[in-house]
Design a protein around this ligand. Structure first.
Ligand SMILES: [Mn+2]
Length: 311
């Protein structure tokens, strides 16, 4: 992957020293079981990002001016376990520098490492998983770091909330906490799922988005597309409320499996990422005014200064 700035932003907004945001690409596709190609996700995402408008109408903001540092990609792929370890270490190193850390995969197994890092650095972590698949297998095809196991560890040691689920193996029902699961077929007729999901969250929230959560009609370029998924505005509405009401500490987006002949999915991913940053830093202005606190250290075990203001 060529070294360039995220979305082609001017270099003054892309330096590590001054950037509030770090983006870590993880072009990993070692364990996917059906369509391969998620390793090409980060590059397609970055290319689409370069062709995107950087002014967000809804928040009336240009969030890139907070600085977005494009980190070197994590390219370890000797084994699923080694990849998870490399992602874990890289993620943690940037959290320790008080950055708002984001990752772009790659398949969903990359989240094992990112969640591990966030869970070590933030108290009482909620993991909000937006996904078509439960991903709760303890082990799959000989590894606990398979994409089918993406949130097993999170189910054991974080407050895991699953949204958009519509495909799973019966064996996963024994691990799943259905009180914290929003199945796609129920969300269709439930007017209160957004509020109910948010009510289950602790203050510190890490969001992991598997792009197959979206309906294949708007997000066809993913490894295992499942019918009956989320649409664009309902997802944004949900995310916006999460960013407004909770302290989102970071996020990852995974499973873009680009198709040369149809770039619309790449664009959706690019826009989704930018929207989430726009919500994050939009919300931050309000919180800073309200609590007069330093964002960079809020609720961060690495640099605890203002914890009381948030808890
Ligand atoms: Mn998944």
């Amino acid at each position: 992957m060529n070294k360039k700035t995220y979305a082609g932003i001017p270099e003054q907004y892309s330096k590590i020293e001054t950037s509030k945001v770090v983006l870590i690409p993880v072009p990993y596709d070692g364990t996917s079981t059906w369509q391969k190609g998620a390793n090409k996700g980060p590059e397609a995402f970055l290319e689409a990002s370069e062709n995107m408008e950087l002014y967000d109408i809804e928040t009336n903001s240009e969030v890139y001016k907070n600085g977005i540092y494009l980190a070197d990609p994590v390219e370890e792929n000797s084994s699923p376990e080694a990849m998870a370890k490399a992602v874990h270490e890289t993620t943690k190193s940037y959290i320790n520098r008080n950055k708002f850390v984001t990752l772009f995969g790659g398949e969903h197994s990359i989240s094992i490492g990112s969640i591990r890092a966030f869970n070590e650095c933030f108290d009482n972590l909620t993991v909000l998983q937006i996904d078509a698949h439960a991903d709760l297998r303890k082990e799959y095809e000989g590894s606990s770091c398979n994409h089918a196991c993406a949130v097993y560890e999170a189910s054991q040691n974080t407050n895991l909330i699953q949204v958009g689920i519509r495909s799973m193996d019966k064996s996963e029902t024994s691990v799943m906490d259905t009180e914290k699961v929003f199945f796609a077929h129920e969300m269709v007729t439930d007017d209160y799922w957004v509020e109910n999901a948010i009510d289950l969250m602790t203050n510190n929230v890490f969001i992991t988005i598997d792009l197959d959560a979206f309906d294949p009609s708007i997000m066809p370029s993913t490894g295992t597309p499942e019918p009956g998924g989320l649409l664009w505005y309902e997802t944004l509405d949900f995310l916006k409320k999460v960013f407004e009401e909770k302290n989102v500490v970071g996020f990852d987006i995974v499973e873009l499996c680009p198709n040369e002949k149809d770039k619309s999915s790449d664009f959706l991913a690019a826009k989704l990422y930018y929207k989430m940053l726009s919500y994050k830093f939009n919300e931050q202005i309000d919180k800073e005014e309200e609590f007069d606190t330093d964002f960079s250290n809020s609720n961060n075990k690495v640099g605890k200064f203002e914890d009381e203001d948030y808890d």
